[in-house]
Design a binder for this molecule. Structure first.
Ligand code: NAP
Length: 258
């Protein structure tokens, strides 16, 4: 499946852990050259070692998606080390909880700067290299939270993730004539280090609200990203794919009764 990806260069932001790591490993297995990006180089290098051990090619760079200069340096590294950029997975994101009555301006700014502005800075930095090749694939990691659902404690997060879809739709129109597509994966609750930080009670309640009665795996999300990056998805742009085990479907708790 998706043999077209062999030899392509992919940048994955936020790939030292969680969903990003899963995407990086999956693209590595598909024969891509992978640039692993996170703020901590040591953690990124561990993922590089996993990809190389599985027979793939990868390198790591330390970069913060909220910093314009870091994103420029990230794109430069991909071009210098791998000769160009074919695919960007703008995945880095944070999800600290804060109810509205306690949410500070700093809380809001940090989440929006990382999740929304960070994606804009990542995309902007990679566009010149994609335009040079007259082709490119951009895959955003959004969420069901915001675009489809609401969850107390995550108003800033929901705004950032819904904002990504607004950004994507106009970007898709602007980039289509240049051979560049941009699409979004909307994960439900996926078993990652970040999700584990929310605690056992959160995970138990979420699992009970998912028709498939399990959290998603990072591979579930990586497979969706792989599709959007493939030649098979060449005519698909500006679209979003929910990958959530059916979590957004129940109309009431009655729908989940055995
Ligand atoms: P995670 O386990 O906490 O991993 C987050 C990754 O992002 C780490 O590699 C982290 O590395 C990196 N990162 C965080 N801030 C960064 C920054 N400013 N610059 C560069 N890298 C940064 O999170 P996850 O659960 O895999 O989530 C990944 C993405 O999926 C996020 O966008 C999240 O909103 C989205 N998502 C997750 C779920 C879920 O259930 N897990 C559901 C829907 C959407 P460093 O700390 O070293 O930088």
């Amino acid at each position: 499946m998706f043999k077209s990806l062999r030899g392509r260069t992919v940048i994955v932001t936020g790939s030292s852990k969680g969903i990003g790591r899963g995407i990086a490993l999956r693209f590595g297995l598909a024969g891509c050259q992978v640039l692993v990006v996170s703020r901590k180089l040591f953690d990124g290098q561990a993922v590089v070692a996993e990809i190389v051990a599985a027979g793939g090619k990868a390198a790591a760079v330390a970069a913060d998606v909220t910093r314009h200069a870091d994103m420029e340096a990230m794109a430069r590294t991909a071009v210098e080390v791998f000769g160009g950029i074919d695919i960007l997975c703008a995945n880095a994101g944070i999800f600290p909880a804060a109810k509205l009555d306690a949410m500070t301006e700093a809380d809001f700014d940090l989440v929006v700067d990382t999740n929304l502005k960070g994606a804009f800075l990542s995309v902007s930095a990679c566009l010149p290299a994609m335009r040079a090749k007259k082709q490119g694939r951009i895959i955003l990691t959004s969420s069901i939270t915001g675009p489809v659902t609401g969850l107390p404690g995550w108003a800033h997060y929901g705004a950032s993730k819904a904002g990504l879809l607004g950004f994507m739709r106009t970007a898709a129109i602007e980039l289509a004539p240049q051979g560049i597509t941009i699409n979004a994966v909307l994960p439900g609750n996926i078993a990652t280090e970040g999700l584990a930080d929310l605690g056992g009670d959160y995970i138990q309640k979420m699992t009970a609200s998912i028709p498939m009665r399990r959290l998603g795996s990072v591979v579930d999300i990586a497979n969706a990203a792989l599709y959007f990056a493939s030649d098979e998805a060449a005519y698909v742009t500006g679209q979003s794919l929910v990958v959530d085990g059916g979590q957004i479907l129940p109309e009431s708790l009655a729908a989940l009764e055995p």
